[in-house]
Design a binder for this molecule. Structure first.
Ligand SMILES: [Zn+2]
Length: 253
């Protein structure tokens, strides 16, 4: 991973400075040459934000997967959208391994650690809300009006305990990639499992699973690939309960 990072830095394969003229939507793209990739990002609130740091880990997870896979196999695409987000969210979940190398106070380190957990859980719940909303829209026999959509959104965000969630009209996936949002939920559970393993079995063991996932490529079946690398089926309530119990008993009891 260090070698891939060094090459990215040496070759300047990134544009990550803040600017009011840039789009806020970060992404990683394939350059189709020499297995190179490129990270575009725009810190949303200047420097010093935990969220900004997490988005860099996220995009570097995509960068790392894309580069390693293309070096080994040539261009085979990004594969399953569900699997591809585990490499990004999973690396964010393992980023607490680097906390001690940061010149931060103990309070800042604790804040970053908590933010990793908080952000992933929030993402999984948001995925449930948006997916339930989309499912309603595509299956209801009701005539959809803006008032009805607003009312349904309000009902779901309240039911899921996130009434402060951004409004559905601002989610570009609903227009450009219908039914994509469920990927954030299905990817977050294995990513949180990686986090749990990093705490229970150690960082070396968790990174070994992460590397297996990268090496497996994202072109196999979703559940089959997870099983092959040693991660659970995220559709089983067992693993969700295990993660919830671990987080509650370890950090928030
Ligand atoms: Zn991503």
């Amino acid at each position: 991973m260090g070698r891939v990072l060094d090459k990215m830095l040496d070759c300047g394969l990134y544009n990550i400075d803040p600017s009011s003229d840039k789009s806020k939507q970060g992404y990683t793209c394939d350059l189709h040459t020499n297995a190179d990739h490129f990270i575009y990002n725009c810190p949303s609130s200047g420097s010093g934000s935990f969220y900004n740091l997490q988005t860099m880990w996220h995009e570097f997870g995509h960068y790392y997967y894309g580069t390693v896979t293309q070096e080994k196999h040539g261009y085979i695409g990004w594969g399953s959208e569900d699997l591809v987000e585990i490499e990004s969210i999973g690396l964010t979940c393992l980023s607490h391994s680097a906390i001690d190398s940061f010149d931060w106070s103990a309070l800042q380190k604790k804040g970053y650690f908590d933010q990793i957990i908080y952000h992933q859980i929030g993402r999984a719940v948001a995925s449930g809300i948006v997916t339930s909303f989309e499912r309603y829209c595509y299956t209801t026999s009701d005539t959809l009006t803006p008032e009805l959509l607003d009312s349904k959104w309000s009902q779901l965000t309240t039911e899921f305990g996130m009434p402060y969630l951004y409004h559905y009209s601002t989610i570009m996936h609903l227009y450009a990639d219908p039914c994509y949002y469920i990927s954030y939920g299905t990817s977050t559970v294995p990513a949180l499992e990686l986090f749990m393993k990093s705490e229970q079995e150690g960082m070396t063991s968790a990174f070994a699973i992460y590397q297996k996932l990268v090496d497996a490529t994202n072109n196999g079946g979703f559940k089959t690939t997870l099983s092959q690398v040693g991660l659970s089926n995220p559709f089983s309530s067992n693993i969700i309960t295990a993660i919830a119990n671990f987080l509650t008993s370890t950090y928030y009891s």
